[in-house]
Design a protein around this ligand. Sequence first.
Ligand code: ADP
Ligand code: ZN
Length: 296
Amino acid sequence: MGFVKNFAAIEAGGTKFVCGIGSGPDDLTTAVIPTTTPTETLTRCLDFFRASPHPLAAIGIGSFGPVDLNPASPTWGYITSTPKAGWHNTDLAGTFSRALNIPVGFDTDVNAAALAEARWGAAVGLKNCVYLTVGTGIGGGAVVNGQLLHGLVHPEMGHIRIPHDLALDPFPGVCPFHGDCLEGLASGTAMRGRWGDVAPTLPPDHPAWQLEARYLALAVANFVFTLSPERVILGGGVMQQPHLFPLIHAELAKILNEYVQAPQLLTAIHEYVVPPGLNGRSGLLGSLALAEAALP
Ligand code: ADP
Ligand code: ZN
């Protein structure tokens, strides 16, 4: 029998930190810790890891952002310019790595989720996929040629610009930086702003969903044209509406207009834009994969 390595994993979010200990999807022990002050939240996470029954080989963190992912930067592994009170310039990676004295892997929450979906979830066996979460905000991560995409900083796919027909949708958008970017028009926050707090309970035939599907399909088309992913995974609170998927498939087919000659985008488009395969655990399992990758 081989020696099984155990890892620490954190999905660091604006409302909660989900911590996990395990070697993979089948043996993960988790704890949910509310995001209060950095001192309190990080201490409680550390207490959980220190109580681990197994030695921990490395830790991986997938975090809300913006984060510093530049390995040459003195603030690598920090949450940088977040508007979240108290969390500005917080050293996440360094704090855990020093306290536990183990290597640390660090990335955005959505890059982590993309990694996990490619390894264990809806994009198993594919070297190129995009993971988009449509929740309070919109964020995206990408696996490109088997590697997470970083670039200058990290992708901010939620803030891409999409056509906004003001005659059809006069809602100005909710993004504090851009108004009617994708997040401004199509996040859960935008849906609540446009339709009211009843947005999540609107019936499937309400025009809200057709508009939402149109915006998300425009976003997916832009990723098709730029990153050429082999599959696009849509997660987050808003995607808990299963009827959105067929609407998105139909809109995407219209927008692409058979221009890209791949069966995945023609006859099999319903298998191209899909929900996550990991049932709400993409971010945490991705963090575990980041831990594994941090081993020397
Ligand atoms: P977060 O983005 O904060 O991590 P979620 O992914 O759960 O959390 O997204 C929360 C957002 O999703 C809220 O704006 C909420 O209105 C919306 N939402 C949650 N559940 C549903 C649902 N079943 N249908 C549509 N929208 C939903
Ligand atoms: Zn924006």
